[in-house]
Design a protein around this ligand. Structure first.
Ligand SMILES: [Zn+2]
Length: 323
């Protein structure tokens, strides 16, 4: 633990000494069509299109690169009827990061769209909440509602990596690296954690699935895939308290991220956004009528036969507890 500590009261203020400033990227690796009703507990009176994007995030500093989540594997994508826009691991090279050399991966939770591709990061150690490891291998996985969010291979890989000495498990807030603070935000899953990254514009809070969309958080409308609704609501508050404003919070699956933040390079609109830049002002009403222009294609297919997990029609029918 460096001398730069987050405040004991739970703020992210700097105590002493300089903190590293990471360049921070959102990589949009997959997408699918969906409707508003599938993203809010109790549905939505004004149903309409509300696509879901899938991201991994990358924090880069001259000393290190920290990958936040790993996306789903090609095998899991095929099994669940998902179509990848790009390979989330290969794409790291476009940002000058060799996946073979990545030494730190934060896992916000172990759902299939966040914890695939273990074997493709051979040098990495994995930072995860102990509660998530326990849950993913625990007694509740006999229920399809919970199990549908996970891939057995991912859980096995996490257990394997742990026995290999490569999993760092935390009970509560942790600062595994200077300028990287992990904060529990349970509700969607028991071991969900937000990742606070220190950047040139201060702390940016990667909410991951503690808030799938800006709208879940801003309107305190729980996402239907829940482990604990009370905790999900309190985690919305916690995210805002930590970040100090929605402009410093990055939701886990919102296409709006690609519209609010500038591309990492001119040709990367809709693919890789720069989160350490100030975002455009939030639209007054964050409802969308379609996906961002870039990447608009048939790639995000509506799949009535999609596998379990997320709020796919299949999972909704079976009450899946994933993204
Ligand atoms: Zn997710």
């Amino acid at each position: 633990m460096s001398g730069n500590k987050v405040g004991s009261a739970g703020t992210l203020e700097r105590r002493d000494g300089p903190l590293p400033e990471y360049a921070l990227y959102a990589i949009r690796y997959a997408t699918r069509e969906a409707g508003r009703s599938s993203h809010f507990m109790g549905g939505d009176r004004h149903d309409g299109p509300m696509p879901m994007d899938y991201y991994v995030w990358l924090a880069v500093h001259p000393d290190r690169a920290v990958l936040v989540d790993m996306g789903f594997s090609a095998e899991a994508a095929a099994r669940r009827g998902r179509e990848l826009l790009c390979d989330p691991i290969d794409t790291l090279a476009e940002l000058g990061v060799d996946p073979q050399a990545v030494r730190d991966v934060v896992l916000t939770h172990l759902h299939y769209d966040h914890a695939g591709n273990f074997e493709r990061l051979p040098q990495a150690r994995f930072h995860v909440q102990e509660a998530e490891m326990h849950f993913a291998a625990g007694r509740h996985m006999r229920y399809r509602y919970y199990a549908s969010g996970y891939e057995a291979d991912d859980i096995a890989n996490a257990v394997r990596a742990n026995l290999d000495g490569r999993v760092m498990q935390y009970r509560g807030r942790a600062e595994p690296l200077p300028g990287i603070v992990l904060e529990p935000v349970p509700g969607h899953s028991p071991g969900e954690q937000a990742v606070c990254v220190h950047t040139r514009r201060g702390w940016v809070v990667l909410a991951s699935d503690a808030s799938h969309y800006y709208e879940n958080l801003l309107r305190r409308r729980p996402y239907p895939a829940a482990h604990h609704v009370d905790e999900m609501l309190e985690s919305f508050d916690r995210l805002l308290e930590l970040a100090g404003g929605v402009e410093r919070i990055v939701p886990g699956h919102d296409p709006l991220v690609m519209q609010l933040y500038p591309p990492a390079a001119p040709g990367l609109q809709g693919r890789i956004a720069r989160l350490d830049a100030e975002p455009a002002p939030m639209p007054a009403k964050p409802a969308r009528t379609g996906r961002p222009a870039a990447g608009a294609s048939s790639e995000g297919k509506v799949s009535a036969s999609a596998g379990p997990g997320e709020a796919s029609s299949a999972a909704a029918a079976s009450g899946g507890a994933s993204s």
